[in-house]
Write a protein of this length. Structure first.
Length: 309
């Protein structure tokens, strides 16, 4: 092969990389147009919160969403960090049906750890040039709760959201801030309660009429057969999800998460996404590509984006 032919081939390969990048941007365009100025609630949890590189990538994704016209709100958990500090304090973590049993001493520790996590996320967002404000569900009575029970069992200071003061979030969004919400709230007696972050994210998404609610988890999405990775469901209607549950395909930790998704859809959220937060830039891949990488849940009347290969 002549040297000039080799040079031409190398130049073509280099040019193809740029063309591939351009294709990705073009593929994202209709999604940017459709969701411009729309609210997206991101429930941030799982391994993506404890791996520093994944944490930075998630925050990059959310800040990019904001900079291209979305209005993101982050609702974060902190379960693994809380368990670490509970252990350091010589206490034994207890769970009932996946909910942390929260006595008075644990509640004090939970609020301290979640506050630390919250301000750490604010710091990351600010370092990327986006204005962020971290708030607790106690601030301005953002999240009003009542005591929650697990199948009738008392699990301590764990709250169920009864009311969301959405005006606080609308005001922050209007002033171009990215709100980062810590899932702690108060009851009518002004007692402090820990709130399951999934529940808090769903309640907030309903209250602000979010276009999208995205759950970052440690699972790839919804499978028809959890033992077979090829059965990942890219898009799932509410009626299809209910059918899967009735037939016993959905179980374990996915069951309450799927019920949360359905509740959000049935209360006005257009789409709910279940994503594997361990995948770098999973939010961008799900929202800005035709097929996505997780499971998107939608109501029975909405047209699917993806119809197979």
């Amino acid at each position: 092969m002549k040297s000039e032919d080799r040079g031409y081939g190398i130049m073509n390969q280099s040019m193809q990389k740029y063309l591939d990048k351009a294709e990705v941007l073009i593929e994202a365009l209709p999604y940017i147009q459709r969701f411009n100025r729309k609210i997206i609630v991101v429930k941030y949890g799982g391994s993506a919160m404890v791996d520093d590189q994944l944490k930075e990538q998630v925050i990059q994704d959310v800040t990019l969403l904001k900079l291209v016209g979305f209005k993101p709100i982050i609702v974060h958990g902190g379960g693994k960090e809380i368990s670490k500090w509970v252990g350091k304090a010589g206490m034994e973590p207890k769970f009932v049906n996946g909910l942390r049993v929260t006595d008075e001493a644990t509640m004090e520790l939970v609020e301290m750890v979640l506050g630390k996590v919250n301000k750490g996320l604010v710091q990351l967002v600010e370092s990327l040039g986006v204005r962020a404000i971290g708030i607790s569900g106690k601030d301005g009575a953002l999240l009003k709760v009542e005591k929650k029970y697990a199948d009738g069992e008392d699990i301590g200071f764990v709250g169920e959201v009864k009311q969301v003061n959405a005006d606080i979030l609308f005001d922050l969004l209007e002033k171009d801030f990215l709100p980062i919400v810590c899932p702690v709230g108060m009851d009518e007696e002004f007692c402090t309660y820990n709130i399951n972050a999934d529940d808090a994210a769903c309640a907030i998404a309903r209250a602000v009429h979010a276009e999208k609610l995205a759950f970052l988890t440690d699972i790839e999405g919804v499978y028809k057969d959890p033992a077979d990775p090829s059965t990942l469901i890219s898009e799932l209607r509410v009626s299809e999800g209910k059918a899967l549950m009735e037939k016993g395909f959905i179980g374990g930790g996915m069951l309450p998460k799927l019920k949360n998704c359905m509740d959000a859809i049935e209360n006005g959220v257009s789409r709910v996404h279940i994503l594997d937060g361990r995948i770098p830039h999973c939010l961008l891949l799900e929202i800005f590509t035709n097929k996505g990488i997780g499971t998107a849940m939608l109501n029975d009347t909405e047209e699917k984006f993806y119809h197979g290969e």
